[in-house]
Design a protein around this ligand. Structure first.
Ligand code: ADP
Ligand code: MG
Length: 354
């Protein structure tokens, strides 16, 4: 399994207009790694650098410790899958999958066997004689995937591979792609702007914003304990609450908001008594109760509720601050009614004010 390292990589297409600022990144062997960020942040540029279609302005790319920065794309041993499947319309499914083998001079029985194995991997073994135009979008994307893995690359590069599929198919293909990467022992780098794709499929995620890596971490970490306001907002709904640090202890700190004093976990950056910063709390991290006798609880008044079926989105007014709260199986409550919110210390994430 392949280890991928980027060292001090930067890129601009027009002089003086950086698309990627100098960045470092390590993708571990066998990892399904996500490059996640909004449109235009430089994700595809990063993937094209890895594929070897373009060269970086500075820095080096290492595969298993070997510098391949100037190695030609076809010598990089990477399979590619793009949003628009890029299948040859005049060729059968079998020949499309065989394409990468032909260019690598793999012939005869070995070629047939490798194509069959790849088609089996994507569950398309019976459709080898069909033309791409007679297949659904999902099936075409499976063929593209089979073509990318048929020559048994060590690295798979995927650029928004599910963007052209409808929502339901996207969900099932997520599991499929992950299964295939793991079964084939691939190191895979997957570009998307869809946070749910990254959260549900990824081993680790790099959040990219405006040509820079905001942070890197496991899905759980990035969602629950983001380290910047951008990634907190990009990964999901969040409340941002101004706080003042009242006390710092080895295992946590005490903060003051306009509506309560609360304990929270220590942040990764240094804090001292008297500092101000921002607390991030996910809407689903609040508990709603009718009693105040638990730690970190405070009173709030119901403003509105948006019923969403399995969940309800409440907008509540705490003293000096509106909060959005997500509740599973929401009961009926009256607007203007009072209740108590609480939140455990580890669900309050302090973010440095910039
Ligand atoms: P993403 O994949 O995250 O949407 P891209 O890497 O495609 O972003 O693009 C990043 C930035 O670089 C964008 O501002 C885009 O307009 C610009 N860009 C991409 N490709 C080229 C190119 N070939 N020439 C000039 N600018 C480009
Ligand atoms: Mg792109």
């Amino acid at each position: 399994m392949l280890k991928v390292e980027l060292r001090n990589i930067s890129k601009s297409y027009t002089p003086g207009k950086a698309v990627l600022y100098p960045l470092d990144l390590t993708v571990n062997p066998g990892e399904l790694f996500f490059l996640l960020g909004p449109s235009g942040c430089g994700k595809s540029t990063l993937l094209r650098l890895l594929a070897g279609f373009i060269s970086p302005d500075t820095g080096s790319i290492l595969f298993d410790g070997k510098d391949i920065t100037s190695t030609a794309p076809e010598k990089r041993d990477a399979g590619l899958v793009f949003q628009n499947y890029a299948l040859w319309p005049h060729m059968t499914v079998f020949d499309n999958v065989a394409f990468g083998l032909d260019t690598r001079k793999i012939k005869g029985e070995e070629k047939k066997q490798k194509v069959r194995a790849a088609l089996e991997m994507v569950d398309m073994q019976n459709l080898g004689d069909r033309r791409p135009s007679s297949l659904s979008g999902g099936q075409q994307q499976r063929v593209a995937l089979a073509r990318a893995i048929a020559f048994r690359p060590k690295l798979l590069l995927l650029d928004e591979p599910l963007s052209n599929l409808d929502a339901k198919l996207r969900d099932s293909m997520r599991n499929e792609i992950r299964r295939i990467c793991k079964e084939a022992g691939l190191t895979a780098i997957y570009v998307t702007h869809d946070r749910k794709e990254a959260l549900s499929m990824g081993d680790r995620i790099a959040v990219i914003y405006d040509g820079r890596i905001e942070e890197t971490g496991a899905p759980w970490e990035i969602y629950r304990r983001p380290s910047t306001r951008f990634s907190a907002e990009f990964m999901g709904n969040a409340n941002f609450i101004p706080v003042k640090i009242i006390d710092v202890e080895p295992d946590g700190c005490l903060v003051e908001t306009s509506f309560a004093r609360m304990r929270c976990a220590l942040p990764a950056f240094p804090v001292a008594k008297g500092n101000t910063c921002t607390a991030m709390v996910r809407p689903e991290s609040f508990n709603i109760s009718t009693a105040a006798n638990i730690p970190n609880s405070f009173k709030a008044v119901i403003k509105t509720m948006t019923f969403q079926g399995e969940t309800g989105g409440w907008l509540l007014a705490a003293d000096g601050c509106d909060l959005s709260v997500l509740e599973l199986c929401p009961p009926k409550r009256e607007t203007g009614g009072e209740l108590f919110l609480s939140v455990t210390p580890e669900h309050i994430v302090l973010l440095e004010d910039k």
